[in-house]
Ligand binder design. Structure first.
Ligand code: GAL
Length: 671
């Protein structure tokens, strides 16, 4: 998708307001620099008040009004909010939980993705919308549904069971293959007929791990199918109009790497908890993931809060300057659009205390002033619309691995992927080193360093990819409980981490998951001591050298951190979990060896730096997340696009302020 301007705006729900308000809305939008709104997201009941009876006149008037005020429309399909009549006519569209409870009408997302009646209605409303607005000059984009798999991610109704069986038939073609993959020889679970197969419902003891994994794969695919059905309609009727749906951070139920390939542009809803001192690390990591889903393509921040949300126990305001800073953080990490939930704060309904661009207090308010100031300054950044973020490090992220890793009955049920990804990510964030996320089967050749935390499930293709990456000169850091199972979740024979033995130059005999509160220490070969926690692998070296050994317990003296030269590259292995100081030591060593350096070294804590660049220019984003004014080195001279001022090697940033310095492109980062 080509961006001609930064998008700025939000969800617009005019159906909650009398028509008199609409005129005020559009003129305020104009004054706040709004150029795009997401319209009609929950309007199904108003657009189709009875089955097949449509009322578009109000929407026609809204579209015209927006268009005449220079606001384009990201037109939504309202399919996340099936109307009451549909539920009344077809109660079987309602989703059913694993224990058989039906979830009723009265909020939203109350549909089963496998229900044929629902899917028919959804495609029909998409088609009617597309036919009606296909030539409307305000139509800029299609927004399909809203946050797939939010609130409910799976359905256990009879339609879902039937769809699961069909999905399994396609995947395995024969029951013999399914029985093999699911390992049904264990506990006599063999199937002799497809109709005997059930989803992983409540069982007396451990469920079949592969059955559970396939169910999650299937459920993830099902949301994709719903999206694709609507997208097909749009591609038929409005082939040139981009299609998106709004994603949600590290959202476990859907494999976003897979899903994103179906979208013309990736978009994200982001609600960091700004009461947490490290909120910006969480949002940075999310933005880097979202950018990586469609590498080298800009994305859109489709929703964020202007200030507080209303769904946490205690909802933090965004303090003065924080909303702007967070928005610029998204731009720094590849966003070409800053949008909000929602335009005007609701007067009623479940979200009336959720902040909005135009708050209950009206325009004489801090929120409005900050929102309209941002909308009016974003166009100053238009030079960088076609720039990219070029990272030299990738952290591997694989949804299937995430699902499999966190199923029950593991050596430790406390092993969770995202906190571990974050521990590595934080090390790089704090050094202001740019990071992509990549699936393990991706082309990794452009990265100097790849970090793979807990890559428990690894396909043959991924294992080859990683081995080749190192053999061809890459540096890899793999952490414990990696390479353990194949695609079917069967143990890889030949000792743990078998697909990587040669590359790592070691074998792993057993795991030692620690009891809560138990720690150990490691002693490094350069004389340092660090605490390690949670887990220890009992490792036997082959060609690898040890960089640190355990100090206590029966495996004392055994390697905790190793390094091995493999082909032209180097593979590091971390057989335990380190606290931040130990991780800092390890990452420093690896970065030095991989020759990756920060763009601007030795910055004060709380300063975030990112770079977007094109062939001839680069834009250095400097964000001050602290409550104090700071002098920050800028590396070289340029112009701060936000203030319009020339910068000579140093910039003064007041509390929560930011600069975007346009500079001639130089060779940076990688020595
Ligand atoms: C999002 C959703 C919006 C709104 C918002 C509130 O998840 O897409 O419709 O509910 O949360 O934070």
């Amino acid at each position: 998708m080509k961006f001609e301007q930064f998008f700025f705006g939000g969800d617009y729900n005019p159906e909650q307001w009398p028509e008199e308000t609409w005129l005020e809305d559009v003129s305020l939008m104009q004054s706040a620099g709004v150029n795009l709104v997401s319209l009609g997201i929950f309007s199904w009941a108003k657009l189709e008040p009875q089955s097949g009876i449509f009322d578009f006149e109000w929407l026609d008037r809204v579209m015209e009004l927006l268009h005449s005020h220079g606001v384009s429309v990201n037109l939504a399909t309202p399919t996340a909010a099936p109307p009451a009549w549909m539920v009344h006519l077809h109660p079987q569209i309602l989703p059913v939980t694993a224990d058989g409870t039906t979830l009723w009408h009265g909020s939203r997302r109350h549909y089963c993705p496998h229900n044929p009646d629902y899917r028919g209605y959804a495609q029909r409303i998409a088609r009617v919308l597309a036919e009606r607005y296909k030539n409307h000059p305000a139509l800029a984009m299609w927004h399909v549904d809203n946050e797939y798999a939010c609130h409910i991610s799976e359905c256990f109704c009879e339609h879902s069971v039937a769809a699961f069986r069909e999905w399994l038939k396609l995947r395995y073609t024969s029951l013999d293959q399914l029985n093999f993959a699911w390992g049904t020889a264990f506990w006599g679970q063999a199937y002799g007929d497809w109709n005997e197969i059930q989803p992983p419902r409540r069982t007396p003891a451990q469920k079949n791990p592969t059955q559970q994994l396939d169910w999650t794969r299937f459920s993830s695919d099902s949301w994709q199918v719903c999206f694709e059905e609507q997208k097909r309609v749009f591609k038929e009727i409005t082939p040139a109009v981009p299609v998106t749906t709004n994603f949600m951070s590290f959202h476990r139920p859907i494999d976003y790497f897979k899903f994103a390939q179906l979208e013309d542009v990736v978009s994200l809803d982001s609600y960091p908890d700004t009461s947490q001192p490290d909120w910006m690390v969480h949002s940075a990591m999310t933005y880097d993931l979202i950018r990586s889903l469609k590498k080298d393509n800009p994305w859109i921040l489709m929703e964020q809060a202007a200030s507080l949300v209303n769904w946490r126990q205690r909802n933090a305001v965004k303090r003065p300057g924080v909303m702007r800073l967070g928005s610029l953080q998204a731009v720094a990490r590849g966003a070409n659009g800053i949008m909000f939930f929602q335009w005007r704060q609701s007067k009623f309904g479940g979200e009336m205390f959720h902040s909005a661009m135009l708050p209950h207090a009206g325009t004489d308010s801090r929120t409005w002033r900050e929102v309209s100031a941002l909308g009016n300054e974003l166009p100053r950044l238009s030079n960088l619309l076609s720039s990219k973020v070029e990272a030299k490090i990738a952290i591997l992220m694989d949804w299937e691995n995430w699902w499999a890793l966190e199923l029950d009955s593991k050596p430790s049920s406390d092993l969770k992927l995202i906190p571990n990804l974050q521990a590595f990510y934080r090390q790089l964030y704090e050094r202001n080193i740019m990071v992509d996320f990549a699936p393990p089967e991706a082309d990794l050749s452009s990265y100097k360093l790849v970090i793979a935390p807990n890559l428990y499930l690894v396909t043959g293709i991924a294992a080859n990819n990683l081995n080749n990456y190192v053999a061809n000169g890459g540096t890899l850091l793999l952490s414990y409980f990696s390479g353990i199972v194949d695609n079917n979740q069967h143990i890889n024979s030949g000792g743990y981490a078998a697909p990587f033995h040669e590359m790592l130059g070691l074998t792993i005999e057993e795991f030692v998951p620690y009891q809560a509160g138990f720690n150990n220490t490691i002693r490094t070969t350069d004389g340092k001591q660090f605490k390690n926690t949670f887990w220890a692998d009992v490792v036997h070296l082959n060609t690898a050298e040890t960089l640190a050994n355990y100090e206590q317990d029966y495996y004392a003296g055994g390697p905790a951190v190793t390094r091995n030269t493999f082909g032209k590259g180097t593979a590091y292995y971390l057989g335990t979990e380190l606290l931040p100081d130990g991780l800092e030591w390890l990452i420093d060593r690896i970065l030095e060896q991989a020759q990756v350096r920060p763009d601007l070294p030795n910055l004060s804590a709380g300063i975030e730096v990112m770079l977007r660049s094109d062939k001839s220019k680069e834009w250095l984003f400097i964000l001050n997340h602290t409550a104090t004014s700071l002098e920050v080195p800028t590396g070289k001279n340029g112009t701060d696009l936000l203030s319009g001022q020339e910068v000579n090697g140093m910039i003064h940033l007041s509390a929560y302020a930011a600069a975007v310095i346009e500079q001639e492109r130089i060779y940076r980062g990688v020595v």
